[in-house]
Design a protein around this ligand. Sequence first.
Ligand SMILES: Cc1ncc(COP(=O)(O)O)c(C=O)c1O
Length: 381
Amino acid sequence: MREKKFATKSVHFTEKEISKNRSKSKPIYQTSAFVFQDLDDMESFYRGEKEYLYTRYGNPNSDDLGKGVASLEQAEDGVATSAGMSAILVALLALLEKGDHLIAANDLYGGTYQLLAEELPKLGIDVSFVPFQEREVVKRAIRKETKVLYSETVTNPLLRVEDIHQVVELGKEHGLSTVIDNTFATPYFVQPLTCGVDVVVHSATKYIGGHSDVTAGVVVGSAEIIQQVRQKVATLGCNLSPFEAWLASRGLKTLALRMERQGENAQALATFFADHPGVSQVFYPTTVSKRGNGAIVTIRLAEKVEAATFFESLDWVKIAPTLAGVETTVSYPIQTSHRTVPESLRQELGIDKQLVRISVGIEDIEDIMAAFDKAIKKAGS
Ligand SMILES: Cc1ncc(COP(=O)(O)O)c(C=O)c1O
């Protein structure tokens, strides 16, 4: 059968099923457990004849989300988790054990940095952070205990585009698994598994959900790896609740539309900032994909622009320590997402008091430009 294209898949990832009450939208299975007729019926779950027993092990709504993202990422299977952070944790715990070594890019999301730098070593997993743009440095960091290479498709907040082919090549050369956080690019722009990556993780809190009303994560990969990840999710209680899964699945249906519009707006805003006297540097990638370059624009305000006044003067644009909703929002990495990154590394990367991350929404681009222009002018340009 001919494979459906991206937008169709994102709308139709749930099976066409007519439920007893003929509800058009999928019901929310807001239940912690599933009931059985008798003991033999209950045993049928363990024989693999019944799908559900207990929501921590699996639930129709969280399964929908895992399978929906898997289909868009062209993965065999996927599992939903309680947050992006738990998605990263269970993915890595499925691949690593005590004594192993992980090499991660040094310009990751601050929360991921903290998880890898502070928690994994307590489990006996050693972690090295290296600049992934320097292939030789990554290569030199590989030891006999190294098992995994970890990076982000587009990094947070400086939007460096990872050379995924190079990471995969290095991984294959040395027998290492590769894990990529595809939160910023989303499968609309990049599908890392098609480049040979083993596991993709998402903070579904961001573009998958798309409306800033849910905290969720997803891990996708081969059926074999996801089976192991699912086990970790159940054992550690990292499952996503049914209602959150339902919300994120609803968001997923409009992913293509949102990304197209938000990507176009971001491109226009980046072009606008390039000539703005109040902006000294624009970080907007040019090589993410044929479909566009994502919907985040990071800027460095000129020295004469006072950051606090800029944030105060943003009119209808909300200040929020998140990204990816349909509304345009701004965040201040030094104070939020990258607060836990050591000062010396922040300086090395260029995450300073003038750096602003903008999550571009679906509003009319003229209104977005006018709001930023006004705030920059008021703050000293
Ligand atoms: C790239 C990236 N990965 C993972 C996370 C963590 O996701 P969550 O907040 O859903 O746990 C974030 C959060 O901002 C992120 O930006």
